[in-house]
Design a protein. Structure first.
Length: 164
């Protein structure tokens, strides 16, 4: 029993030293962390990391219509996810309906496809937009900034939408 405890202690010391060495190397190797930042095209301002993030988000804004979004998901869900999922989208379209989901969270269904289409994009509004949702009208043109969120049963889904 004592031998097992001694072996475990020795293994802990040996592997514990190996685990701390990479951390020391990573924290002391500032050039290694700044090198990837220098290779990014948008990482020109390294002194203000938050400002760079905002710039990258603005540049990454993808403009798309509700029809284009639906067509992309119908053509190839994997390719559409690669292009839209977890990305900031500037989406424009016409309101088909204004609904309340689970917990009465408002979402907007955007017209897309033909008149019999059942898989129209659904845009869940950010909590800050609840009051604005009450003033929306069916048939109204709308522009929103949303985060893409794949599709559910063929319906493209959008989250955290801010009405523009």
């Amino acid at each position: 029993m004592v031998i097992i405890v001694v072996i475990l202690i020795i293994l802990g010391i040996v592997f514990g030293k190996n685990d701390t060495k990479p951390e020391i190397n990573q924290s002391s190797s500032a050039p290694a962390t700044s090198a990837p930042a220098a290779s990014n095209a948008t990482a020109s301002a390294t002194t203000t990391g938050n400002h760079t993030d905002v710039t990258e988000n603005e540049e990454a804004l993808i403009k798309v219509t509700s029809n284009e979004l639906l067509k992309a998901y119908k053509a190839n869900e994997v390719a559409a996810n690669k292009k839209f999922k977890d990305k900031k989208l500037s989406i424009s379209g016409t309101i088909n309906s204004i609904e309340a989901g689970l917990g009465d969270e408002p979402y907007v269904v955007l017209k897309a496809g033909d008149e019999f289409e059942i898989d129209m994009p659904q845009a869940k509004l950010a909590t800050s937009e609840a009051d604005k949702a009450a003033n929306l009208k069916k048939g109204q043109k709308i522009n929103m900034i949303c985060t893409g969120d794949s599709e559910f049963a063929g319906t493209p889904m959008l989250n955290d939408c801010i009405i523009q």
